[in-house]
Design a protein around this ligand. Sequence first.
Ligand code: 4AD
Ligand code: MG
Length: 483
Amino acid sequence: MSQRKKIKALLESTETNVEITVKGWVRSFRNNQFIALNDGSTNNTLQVVVDFENTDAALLKRITTGAAISATGLLVESMGKGQRVELKAKEIEILGDCDPESYPLQLKNRPSLEFLREIAHLRFRTNTFGAIFRVRNSLSFAIHQFFQERGFVYLHTPIITASDAEGAGETFHVTNFDLANPPKTDTGEIDFSEDFFARPTNLTVSGQLEGELGAMALSDIYTFGPTFRAENSNTTRHLAEFWMIEPEMAFYDLNDNMDLAEALLKYVIKYALDKNADDLAFLSQRLAEEEKQKPQQDRSEMSLIEKLEFCLNNDFERLTYTEAINILKESTPNKKKKFQYLVEGWGTDLQSEHERYLVEKHFKKPVILTDYPKAIKAFYMRQNEPDANGNETVRAMDILFPGIGEIVGGSQREERLDRLEKRMDEMGIPKEELWWYLDTRRFGACPHAGFGLGFERLVLFVTGMGNIRDVIPFPRFPKNAEF
Ligand code: 4AD
Ligand code: MG
């Protein structure tokens, strides 16, 4: 019995004239003789040569694009162009037929990404999505490896919570009630004391608050899990369900925090470049073809691989929000009123057009903005002393990436109980519900910091794809929860 071999390993091995078995899905079948077989271990296919004269015609007819087959035979050096080895099949077994009339993935007509989103259950079988999901896998492994090498503890924070960590009010409710007929109190309000958790609950928007609790004993922790936001943003950068990596470190200040985030991003990008060279070369080529469709001035000066390498080889630019506002105010698009939102004064939030100007036009590299106005950031960020103009800022940092905008959001945390409580009061955050969070400021509080890296935005950057819905297997967004 020959054992099944994966195609990636076969194409890399130097062994020939051995009998092997491969299993996979037919990508194409040419001249009743040459099968291009793919098993998902690589985008490359193994050529399986069928001895058609000695093969039953009925079986030949069943070798169609998409069919699952098993092939056993001799691995030999290939005479054909483009491959080193091929399999001379002795035996072919059809494991699963695939009706060519109804199979939606025929290679002849290259399907659009939009169409493939509608058949997300099958899109793994295309080269593009095979490459994307192998890269996604590597990035997620590299993230764990980075933190594990540094002694961080992987902490599983809850998915169901009673808090809204970001205070943005964009949560999905979790309830066991019969929605048509929920129990009511005497005053006619919904009586949550009757609900499963005896209180209103929601899917987490961030594991940070619980992560901070872990860091106050374990020193360095990270989370890596799904988070949920009911923001009604139909953009190429937002999902309703996305994965986030949230490290939290005791005794770190904002500079330590930025150093860690920059090191993490470089480490995982390097890992993917090393581990997924073939897939990234394919995606780089795909992007280059897509760029050709664009007008000259909109085309990127660098290929995908060059962009990734550029990111590794350059320090991220670090500057304050206030410095960024001054650059934007003086910028050509602002003066010529080309921005949709003109930058006039200090204090407003940056729009993605402003972030992209800073990253893509002004600095031409990743940028870390720090010390944002207190009024536009979350309650837990450490407050700076007001500056000479009386402007109030917090120790926040956002990392902005070319083509992506914000990829990381983080801060040093407010560890001073009095300041934190005052800020919660000002922002209407219920202190009594977060008693446990405030306890860490009562019992051995210390300076600490952390950040959140949006995993899909990272995958988007590394794969060079344009829409976040294409880098997660089954995207969740407004009006869509198919699959
Ligand atoms: O900036 P955000 O909202 O920060 C937090 O949630 C903090 N609690 C993180 C922390 O300090 N521990 O989100 C962090 C990152 C963003 O920079 C972005 O990359 C990603 O999460 N993100 C989204 N990604 C996809 N879809 C969405 N709707 C996202 N919202 C945020
Ligand atoms: Mg943010």
